[in-house]
Design a protein around this ligand. Sequence first.
Ligand code: ADP
Length: 216
Amino acid sequence: MGVGLLVVIGKQGAGKGTQCSRLAERYHVPHVATGDMLRAAVRSGSDLGNRVRSIMDEGHLVPDDLITDVVAARLAEPDAAHGAVLDGYPRTQAQAIALEGIAAPRGIARCILLDVATDVVVRRLSARRVCSNCGWVFSADPPPGPSECTNCGGPVVQRADDTPEAIEERLLAYEQETAPLLEHYREAGILSIVDGDGTLDEVFEKLVAVVDAVHS
Ligand code: ADP
């Protein structure tokens, strides 16, 4: 019956991407990362990509209907029949409501807040570098960090939305639009909070403990 739908919420830079991809692998379900899907659309030059490019570069959220269609289509694919790790969706109240419909009748198995202090994520985001070819993430802390990807040899760059202005904009959007959703999941009795300040392995073990508890 699978692990069901796991929703992971956290500030930008909390480590959601890395941890969600490991969770997806562990539980044999797809990692549905809206930011990655949108960046792939931008790279491919599709209609969707052209519509969202400048919105994303400035650190704003793309329209709810548009991203909801993308997520609904992805979750309707056969590999998501037994669950998925949702990373980056929902981010607004309208998206949370839409997700209830998409997730019915099984609903959301668990919502996990990956909790990291703001000063820590600002430091991580400012130092974040990514491979523009395969998307691997690196840290330029200590500077200067790698210039070539150790995974595929592609060029390592800074994301267009990791500038100080865009970081501030994105964290503001998180506080105003996304953080209020947590109360809804808490009331529904499906919220777990995991401290995201630790090594990758430590944080992953805590996440696994939460997910395993849901299914034991
Ligand atoms: P971050 O969480 O660090 O901002 P993501 O890779 O998750 O990075 O998302 C990058 C950008 O993609 C966001 O700033 C926003 O423009 C867009 N995006 C991703 N998910 C959503 C969403 N659920 N709703 C609206 N915009 C989104």
